[in-house]
Design a protein around this ligand. Structure first.
Ligand SMILES: Cc1ncc(COP(=O)(O)O)c(C=O)c1O
Length: 451
């Protein structure tokens, strides 16, 4: 299929990039200006875009507006953060209250204690420490895991992203010629500037492969202190765990005294109230949160068993000037207790299924190899005939179908994350009309690309 459609997708992509440029001259002008003072003209390299990124001005409900005044239905939602939607009245009231009463003290407030209690309730954890981002959460959790186990090597999954600190910046999107055997992938640095010696401290295993994990732990379990993983991989589209896989990971980590860290930065409070931890019923030693938990303010957290978290009281550094600031605490508390209620999760599940089914139907109707994944407010379309099971399957995804699709959608008012590795996020402020618009535009794309 990929080869058959290649010429057509290239043609559509060229047309759509031209149309994008016609619709967004002010983004282009701001990009030219921004490039003079910011690398890539953006604040995070993940915000860069080709031929230039879109610059946004406002967000209300399910929509954002770009600097050219184009209104877009937002499925990007700040890389999966804005499950509350933009400017939600309850989150806004919490932020206004913090603005009026003090946004930062570097002293703990009652709101922080209440938020910790809510996270305990949702994730079945005993103690919580707040951070300001997902990167900080995984960085501190990894240090804590190593300290608690007394072993230095970190194990991570091939093709997973856990933030931008050195320990986890290995084998994020390795090329196949650099990544070694299937069952024993090599540690491939994702950035220049990472000291070479640290490569020995991060080992790599494939997702959904318990025998590969077992054999690595049999051989190196005396050195491996912590394992970090997304229980559902969400940086190569969506990859769900095979039945029994997470249970087996839990058993093997117990057997070899490895601290198991679930990175729920994307899955936490989105795919269920208690993330993948409660959805799949496998309890990690530590769980990392960020993105949606802050309701649009910068917030992360790591949390877990008291026996491990209490290592912080005996010499493990877990620090940060802005940790637990009242702005993020109040916004997050409103998010978790007033906005992301049981009714909200029911609504998100309904909308998510409507979107995934609609897209699957279009794929089938036009005979395009692909499948839509439905996980509550998260979902994705992967242009491959079978669902993915691990990173190396991702190499088979049809890039050209995705690239043309992104420009096609944005030119018709549907804003998605730019990259086949991402997924959509639906907010509680999306309507059925918003969902149907996505499906209609996507079906039209499928029709055009196959015509
Ligand atoms: C699974 C996962 N962990 C950690 C992070 C890092 O979070 P942040 O960008 O808030 O540092 C991300 C960011 O995309 C992520 O997807």
């Amino acid at each position: 299929m990929a080869q058959k459609l290649a010429g057509r997708t290239e043609e559509i992509q060229a047309q759509e990039i031209k149309r994008y440029e016609e619709r967004t001259p002010k983004s282009k002008a701001l990009f030219d200006r921004a490039e003079a003072s910011m690398p890539f003209g953006v604040s995070s390299s993940f915000q860069a875009g080709d031929p230039y990124p879109l610059y946004l001005t406002e967000g209300h409900g399910s929509k954002v507006t770009d600097i050219d005044g184009n209104e877009l239905i937002d499925y990007h939602n700040g890389f999966g953060t804005m499950v509350v939607g933009h400017a939600h009245p309850k989150v806004r009231a919490a932020i206004e209250e913090a603005a009026a009463t003090g946004t930062h003290f570097a002293a703990t407030t009652e709101a922080a204690v209440e938020l910790a209690e809510e996270i305990k309730r949702r994730f079945g954890v005993e103690k919580v420490r707040f951070t300001n981002s997902g990167t900080e959460a995984t960085m501190d959790a990894v240090r804590l895991g190593r300290a608690a186990s007394g072993k230095d090597v970190l194990l991570k999954i091939e093709g997973s992203y856990h933030g931008h600190h050195d320990a986890v910046m290995y084998s994020v999107i390795p090329t196949m010629d650099s990544s070694g055997p299937n069952e024993r992938p090599w540690s491939v640095p994702f950035s220049r500037g990472i000291p070479k010696e640290t490569a020995d401290s991060t080992m790599i295993v494939p997702f959904n492969d318990a025998p590969a994990l077992e054999s690595l732990l049999e051989e190196h379990g005396d050195r491996i202190g912590a394992m970090i993983m997304e229980p559902v991989m969400m940086n190569i589209g969506i990859v769900v765990p095979l039945p029994g896989y997470l249970e087996r990971v839990r058993e093997l980590c117990d057997k070899h005294s490895v601290v198991l860290i679930f990175d729920e930065v994307k899955t936490g409070v989105t795919i269920s109230p208690g993330g993948a931890t409660s959805l799949y019923g496998v309890q990690p030693d530590l769980v990392c949160l960020a993105k949606a938990v802050g309701g649009g303010t910068p917030l992360g957290a790591f949390a877990g068993k008291a026996a491990i978290m209490d290592e912080i009281e005996s010499g493990v550094a877990a620090l940060g000037t802005f940790n637990g600031n009242p702005l993020s605490m109040k916004a997050a508390l409103a998010t978790l207790t007033e906005v992301l209620t049981d009714d909200a999760y029911n609504l998100l599940a309904k909308l998510g299924t409507r979107l995934a089914h609609g897209c699957q139907k279009a794929l089938e109707e036009y005979g395009i190899e692909g499948h839509a994944t439905d996980l509550g407010c998260k979902g994705s379309i992967t242009f491959r005939d079978k669902p993915l099971e691990r990173y190396r399957d991702f190499q088979e995804v049809d890039d050209s179908l995705f690239e043309a699709f992104w420009y096609w959608m944005i030119n018709r008012g549907v804003y998605q994350t730019p990259g086949k590795e991402e997924q959509w996020t639906i907010s509680v402020q999306h309507s059925e009309d918003d969902i149907d618009r996505f499906v209609d535009v996507f079906a039209d794309y499928c029709r055009t690309v196959t015509s």
